[in-house]
Design a protein around this ligand. Structure first.
Ligand SMILES: CC(C)(COP(=O)(O)OP(=O)(O)OC[C@H]1O[C@@H](n2cnc3c(N)ncnc32)[C@H](O)[C@@H]1OP(=O)(O)O)[C@@H](O)C(=O)NCCC(=O)NCCS
Length: 302
């Protein structure tokens, strides 16, 4: 009989093992050990982030985390994620992790929790009081046979993000993010936090990320994160005045080509089911759906 898994707080040196569990459970999320280490070490204090692992016989078999969403003006919004290695399921590990995290979130003042689950996790989540609200589609693309790169419109210059003032990228990101479908508006993103968590993230490859500049203004941009042979599109955004001109298609086309030239073989991304323009862009690029996760919400009793 196997020994019981022990739940403990995750530390930075768990990054490699946590990334491995994440890769088995959700290979389409393409998160490197360096990015996990960054997640474990860099947080806003207001987030009250609690990372947990379950360990059995010295092996990490599950990862879970929860914290307050500090990027929205709505108080008490929080997020929770649980990844149990498929060989260690149905043994109470997920329930123990959920219990610890719900207790933590209640203690730090959360009133509502959002979580995304794979279809096989739906019953588990429903039993914990979660209810469905939205669908998130994950899609992948092999970086061969990309469609022809569209022409660059007059007045637009394409540059890689390492040549752009981070403040200009922040402006475009925060403006565009307001229109990304979500349950809580992303309307309270502080510049310093953004620099720490996004701009300085070790997974962000600024040389592969692309901006379409209109003078000094970022009209559109796409952010590339890398994990060995895979890339993840962290965010693509076009500021409202420049939408519908093909700029999202253009910046992603260029970024995917750069990634292919740098030896990346596949690309992944996620889109809310209701984000018709972004789905149109990704379908045009040739992405195919690899997974749908269900976005669920649960109230925490006050
Ligand atoms: C999604 C977004 C980046 C698109 O930027 P854009 O520069 O306007 O995109 P493009 O002009 O390159 O292409 C838009 C495509 O969406 C299509 N489209 C626009 N509105 C649409 C709608 N309501 N339904 C279906 N398709 C739509 C356009 O027709 C076009 O496709 P087509 O060229 O095949 O006709 C932009 O709307 C945005 O910043 N949204 C908010 C941030 C966001 O959600 N980012 C994605 C996070 S995953």
């Amino acid at each position: 009989m196997r020994t019981r898994a022990v739940v403990r707080q995750a530390v930075a040196d768990d990054a490699e093992a946590v990334a491995a569990v994440r890769r088995v459970v959700a290979p389409y999320k393409a998160m490197s050990p360096a990015a996990v280490r960054h997640m474990l070490t860099v947080q806003s204090p207001g987030e009250r982030f609690l990372p947990l692992v379950a360990e059995r016989d010295g092996e990490i078999v599950a990862w879970a985390s929860a914290g307050l969403n500090v990027w929205t003006s709505e108080p008490g919004q929080s997020e929770l994620a649980i990844y149990v290695h498929p060989e260690h399921r149905k043994q109470g590990i997920g329930s123990e992790l959920a219990g610890r995290l719900h207790q933590h979130l209640t203690e730090v003042g959360a009133v509502r929790v959002r979580s995304f689950v794979q279809p096989e996790g739906l019953e588990f989540a429903r039993n914990l009081g979660y209810d469905g609200t939205r669908q998130m589609h994950y899609a992948g693309l092999e970086l061969t046979g990309l469609p022809e790169q569209p022409p660059t419109p007059d007045g637009i210059e394409l540059v890689s993000l390492d040549a752009v003032d981070p403040r200009a990228v922040y402006e475009a990101d925060t403006i565009a993010s307001l229109d990304e479908p979500s349950d809580s508006p992303l309307d309270a993103v502080e510049y310093d936090r953004w620099v720490e968590e996004i701009w300085d993230s070790p997974s962000l490859d600024r040389s592969l990320s692309v901006a379409a500049m209109a003078g000094d203004e970022v009209a559109a941009f796409t952010v590339v994160e890398t994990a060995v042979d895979r890339m993840w599109s962290g965010m693509t955004g076009t500021v409202p005045a420049y939408r519908g001109k093909g700029l999202a298609k253009l910046v992603k086309s260029v970024a995917l080509r750069k990634a292919a030239a740098a030896g990346i073989t596949s690309a992944y991304t996620s889109n809310d089911d209701s984000n018709a323009p972004m789905l149109a862009v990704n379908n045009w690029l040739g992405y195919h759906r690899v997974q749908t996760e269900l976005g669920l919400l649960r109230s925490l009793a006050s």
